[in-house]
Every structure is written in C-alpha cells, then in structure tokens.
Design a binder for this molecule. Structure first.
Ligand SMILES: [Fe+2]
Ligand SMILES: [Fe+2]
Length: 138
C-alpha cells in the first residue's frame, strides 16, 4: 500500500497555509528590526514582494484560504472580497515602495513600517475569519 494515500489533502493545504503565514511572519519580523545596511534592507523588500505575491495567489487560488473560509462560512463573502481588494492595494503600495529602493534607508524605513502595520492588520483579520469559519461555521 502506498503511503501517500493516507495523507488528507485538506490537512496538507492547511499545513501549507500555516507554513506560508509563518514564513511571512518571519520576514516581517526581520523587516521590523533596525537595519543600517541599505543593501540588506533592499533585498528584504525584494523578497517581501516575491513572498507576498505568492502568498496572496495561494490564498485566492483553488483550495486556498479564501475557499476554505467561503465554504465553511459563506456569510464572510463580503469580507473576503474586501480582503481580495486589499491584496491588490498592498501589492501596488509595495511596488511603489520598491520603485524607490534607491532612496536612503532611513526615508524608506518609516514607510516600510507603515506598510508592515497595514499588512499585519490584513493578516490578523484573515486569521480571525479562518478561526471563526473552522470553529463556528454557518
Ligand atoms: Fe491575504
Ligand atoms: Fe495571509
């Protein structure tokens, strides 16, 4: 008997979502630390752009976070639409920040901190909806 038959695809998906959020959280914590090295800071912003685009695509993709919430708690549909719009807005804000990577690190840091705050707010609401959907349902 093959071992992979025993793996629950939903469990795999949930694990992927958790891993994704953990990776993003680690990166945000690094970005929140003071950084004097402009090259290192710029590399973090480039990495964040990549990680975030992939993260949002997974959340909105088939069997992703949004589908899980929607299937278990359809009442959250309007909020999922808002979160999806926030994905677009956050990526667009980050693209603007990235286009200014040549500016001094000090100038970028306060804007980056503002961006991270917005992103954390977004992630917090998402987690709340997921917990509510998994524990409460409709
Ligand atoms: Fe999201
Ligand atoms: Fe997320």
């Amino acid at each position: 008997m093959e071992q992979h038959d025993a793996v629950d695809p939903n469990e795999e998906k949930r694990q992927e979502i958790l891993d994704d959020h953990r990776e993003l959280g680690d990166l945000l914590r690094r970005i929140e630390l003071p950084e004097d090295d402009a090259t290192a800071r710029r590399a973090q912003v480039v990495e964040l752009r990549f990680v975030l685009a992939r993260h949002f695509a997974r959340e909105e993709g088939g069997d992703g976070l949004f589908e899980i919430i929607e299937s278990r708690a359809p009442r959250h549909s309007p909020r999922l639409k808002e979160l999806s719009n926030e994905h677009r807005a956050l990526l667009s804000d980050l693209a603007v920040l990235s286009s200014r990577l040549d500016e001094s690190v000090a100038d970028m840091d306060s804007e980056l901190a503002g961006f991270v705050r917005e992103l954390r707010k977004h992630e917090k609401l998402e987690s709340k909806l997921l917990i509510d959907a998994l524990c409460g349902g409709d």
